[in-house]
Design a protein around this ligand. Structure first.
Ligand SMILES: [Zn+2]
Length: 173
């Protein structure tokens, strides 16, 4: 009897774990600190075109918080999201070793209105992933979800399965 041939395709399943908190009151003290810092940062957003003010905050290993905001431009693609101004701003402002990031939070609101959902775009997810890989230590993340809840992830990599990473580049000659 011939051996069964291998199936030509396999359906696989991805699972993702995150916490959904009904309110920010359930956050720990450091989580609450970075959550509030992201919201406060929205006051410094430059968003005359989208009128959507986004803030991002990074909690560093030494307990300090580094903030970023979306910065738009009349030449639209020249602008940058809050997540990337925070991450690039932190890395770019340290000539020596970049401080390790422990946690991150994002907040967003219309120019006139209440805080709402603010989920990172694909480009930011790519940069967030590499920032985490670069430091070799997971970064937890808090996001305002679509239904007013807080979404808590254990690591930034969870936001970007099947990502492109430095290991996908050809070896350097
Ligand atoms: Zn983005």
């Amino acid at each position: 009897m011939p051996a069964a041939s291998a199936p030509s395709s396999t359906r696989r399943q991805l699972s993702l774990h995150y916490d959904e908190l009904a309110t920010p009151d359930q956050l720990s003290a450091p989580e609450r600190q970075v959550w509030e810092a992201a919201r406060a940062a929205t006051a410094h957003s430059y968003a005359p075109y989208s009128h959507f003010h986004v803030g991002a905050a990074l909690l560093l290993e030494d307990g300090t918080v580094f903030q970023g905001t979306n910065q738009e431009n009349a030449a639209y693609p020249s602008g940058l999201c809050a997540e990337r101004t925070a991450l690039f701003g932190l890395a770019g402002s340290h000539l020596g070793a970049v401080p390790r990031i422990v946690g991150m939070a994002v907040a967003g609101r219309p120019a006139q209105g209440e805080f709402t959902a603010a989920l990172p775009c694909g480009a930011c997810r790519q940069v967030m992933l590499e920032s985490e890989m670069r430091q070799g230590q997971p970064i937890w993340l808090l996001l305002p979800g679509p239904t007013g809840t807080v979404l808590r992830f254990e690591r930034l990599a969870d936001l970007l399965p099947f990502h492109f990473s430095p290991s996908d580049l050809p070896p350097r000659l």
